[in-house]
Ligand binder design. Structure first.
Ligand code: ZN
Length: 237
């Protein structure tokens, strides 16, 4: 079974479901009743950025759209439909666009070689970000730092598109929807608030989520995490 990852994953799921049900018999029946997520997460498809896991949250907490290099194109019907449903129907309170370090899409956009197939077309908005910021990017000699910088600039460009989205604009005006731009640092597991969108200067000016060395409590529907000095301790209710 160990050499068949699909079978391993299924048996892992079985163990997880048993553990969750044992821990809280109401967990799955409550989930089956419906969803009221507070966060819409727009992120990269990269396997190292599983939003619910890295946020320390639970099924039911985050509505998600992920694509290669977390590119937000106004004409992409997939992204637009997810935004529409999450904002207008589920009425999420936060829209989070999150890029990440070591992004393959960002690295590809910095190169001049064709990736092939549909990928070059998909990465065009990121290429546009590259050429529009050529001076800033060319000044960075370290490749890793350059990839991180274009990932940040990509989030900035994406947040601008989000802030121009009609559904999002209406929700900001009518009920105070918040839009955030973040970067997930894979090397340390932490999410940095880039201070973009509605919460310029950070999430309500906090400059990060529970990273200020102060105690901060984040409650999901099914679990809560208490951050002390940046160290997360999870207690599941
Ligand atoms: Zn990526």
């Amino acid at each position: 079974m160990e050499d068949n990852h699909f079978l391993y994953a299924l048996s892992s799921n079985n163990a997880w479901a048993g553990y969750k049900a044992h821990q809280n018999p109401h967990f799955f029946p409550k989930l089956a009743d419906g969803q009221t997520p507070q966060i819409l997460w727009l992120g990269c498809s990269d396997s190292r950025c599983p939003e619910t896991t890295i946020l320390g949250l639970q099924p039911g907490d985050v509505f998600v759209h992920r694509n290669i290099a977390n590119i937000i194109s106004p004409t992409d019907i997939n992204t637009s439909a997810v935004i529409e449903y999450a904002v207008a129907h589920l009425k999420v309170k936060h829209v989070v666009l999150c890029g990440h370090t070591s992004c393959g899409g960002a690295a590809a956009a910095l190169g001049d070689a064709r990736v092939g197939g549909v990928l070059d077309t998909w990465l065009t908005p990121l290429k546009a970000v590259r050429y529009a910021n050529a001076e800033v990017l060319d000044a960075i000699k370290d490749e890793k730092a350059k990839t991180t910088k274009i990932a940040e600039l990509n989030v900035e460009a994406g947040v601008k598109v989000l802030m121009a989205n009609v559904t999002i604009r209406e929700a900001i005006k009518e009920r105070g929807l918040e839009v955030h731009g973040c970067l997930f640092e894979i090397g340390c597991g932490r999410i940095r608030d880039l201070g973009l969108g509605t919460g310029k200067g950070g999430s309500k000016g906090k400059g990060g989520w529970g990273l200020d060395g102060q105690e901060d409590v984040v409650r999901g529907r099914h679990a809560q995490i208490v951050f002390r000095g940046g160290r997360g301790e999870m207690s599941v209710k």
